[in-house]
Design a protein around this ligand. Structure first.
Ligand code: NOJ
Ligand code: NOJ
Length: 452
């Protein structure tokens, strides 16, 4: 059986040009010597352009960020609060570093649309208040059965607007009315950022559905992005003189931190994704999940809490890599760089049903970015050699995603575990946000690379 599988893999590899016509040789090169500066730059630009295609589409309310353009199998033409917030964060970073005035204008305009749309959906009646995970593109709540509530959304959204507030403020582009629309001291909160901060600060202890929308319980990912929102929110509150709120948010951040450490499983030797499971998918026995790595990427505040070179973080990262390397047939190919990574080993969601879990580009890119962030931490400690090794390790995950990408550059939600073809939602917005943040982290390491 094993041999038969290997035979298939050999055949599939032989057919690989059909999977990735233009990039196979390029991938080998990338694998051998690391990503070139021009490649990284081009991928970063491409990802911004692809995110923008999914913002304010013609038949939607301005400011909608759809999860993907695809309307069926799977139906992703909705505004998911989490996906949209992550995409918006990438767009703010792109705005911050862009030197092209017309690009900056466009990004600002789209982000302001997103801010008005977010204000609209915050005030819509929903089944779960601000914990509602997804909205129709006219801004009304999606009311069919769903894994709700999902409390990571408001936290991610708050961070996206705090970033936007700071960027516009720095550039002198925050009008007095815009400033107050985003943050106003009054309670009950009626400003975009403070609404979410109040919600997070009062509800983070409550169980909710996880980022994969499958399990109700307490989640490492949700907690980590909530902690970030509380810390950044406290800083902003201080800045605008809302001192009582700042103190309250900081208190929550400290309590969240204490709770987070209890996700460490001594016997397993890694952080588990969920504890106190109440309902939902019951076959996630290992607790091993890329959600933990995503949590560190989306929830980091750079203050040293669960840093990327923390021993427990590194142990978790290694366990995830090992598990997926052994799991997917396409990971047995000696020719493909890096390891294709999925959500969690027991996953069955295939996009159009439950015929088996697959590797996901956004999960594979998260590994890349985690290695880059680890390299960054080592570089700060003066360990340039080790940083370089880690950077090259990260490069292999980017190269791996590239290996499965067709000539049009589209990233789908998943990569078929047997064939290596991309499947499920085409041009998933989150993929491009992940590609953008990974390449941005890679560019911050340019000090240790050989210019090419
Ligand atoms: C759709 C969700 O978005 C996906 O994450 C999940 O695996 C399936 N529904 C099954 O619950
Ligand atoms: C399924 C993923 O599990 C979930 O995290 C995401 O929000 C939706 N797809 C939309 O992209």
């Amino acid at each position: 059986m094993r041999n038969r599988n290997s035979l298939w893999i050999v055949i599939l590899i032989a057919l690989a040009p059909a999977v990735a016509p233009a990039s196979r040789q390029q991938c080998r090169d990338l694998f051998a010597v690391g990503l070139s500066r021009s490649f990284v730059r081009a991928e970063a630009d491409r990802s911004v352009e692809r995110i923008l295609r999914n913002v304010s589409p013609a038949d939607a309310k301005p400011g909608v960020i759809v999860a993907a353009e695809q309307r069926e199998n799977p139906p992703y033409y909705y505004h998911w609060v989490r996906d949209a917030g992550l995409a918006a964060q990438a767009l703010v970073s792109a705005y911050n570093r862009s030197e092209d005035p017309s690009e900056r204008n466009l990004l600002r305009q789209r982000l302001q649309e997103y801010s008005r749309f977010s204000e609209f959906i915050q005030t819509q009646p929903t089944k779960t208040d601000l914990g509602e995970p997804k909205f129709n593109v006219d801004g009304t709540a999606y009311n069919d059965p769903w894994g709700r509530r999902q409390n990571d959304g408001p936290a991610i959204r708050a961070s996206s607007f705090i970033q936007l507030y700071r960027a516009l403020d720095r550039d002198g582009l925050l009008t007095p009315s815009e400033r107050l629309r985003l943050y106003k001291t009054e309670l009950p909160a009626r400003s975009v950022i403070k609404r979410d901060l109040e919600y997070v600060s009062h509800h983070w202890r409550e169980p909710c559905f996880d980022l994969w929308e499958e399990v109700k319980g307490d989640h490492f990912y949700t907690r980590m992005v909530q902690r970030r929102a509380m810390i950044e929110g406290a800083d902003l509150a201080d800045q605008v003189g809302d001192f009582g709120a700042a103190k309250w948010y900081r208190l929550q951040a400290r309590d969240i931190e204490r709770d987070m450490l209890s996700f460490w499983d001594v016997d397993k030797g890694y952080f588990v994704a969920t504890k106190n499971r109440l309902e939902g998918v019951s076959y996630k026995n290992s607790g091993l999940d890329i959600a933990v790595i995503l949590a560190l990427l989306h929830g980091s505040t750079g203050d040293g809490f669960l840093a990327f070179d923390d021993a427990k973080v590194v142990a978790t990262l290694e366990k995830i890599e090992t598990a997926f390397a052994a799991l997917y047939p396409i990971n047995r190919s000696p020719d493909a760089p890096g390891v294709a990574i999925g959500r969690y080993p027991e996953d069955r969601y295939s996009g159009d049903g439950f015929s088996g879990g697959n590797p996901w580009p956004l999960a594979t890119l998260a590994m890349a970015e985690a290695y880059y962030r680890m390299a960054e931490a080592k570089l700060k400690k003066g360990e340039a050699g080790l940083a370089n090794t880690l950077m090259l390790k990260g490069d292999r995950f980017v190269a791996r995603v590239k290996y499965h990408t067709g000539a049009d550059g589209s990233l789908y939600e998943q990569i078929n575990r047997d064939s290596g073809y991309m499947v499920s939602a085409k041009d998933l917005t989150w993929n491009y946000a992940a590609l953008f943040t990974a390449t941005a982290a890679r560019q911050r390491l340019s000090r240790i690379e050989t210019p090419r």
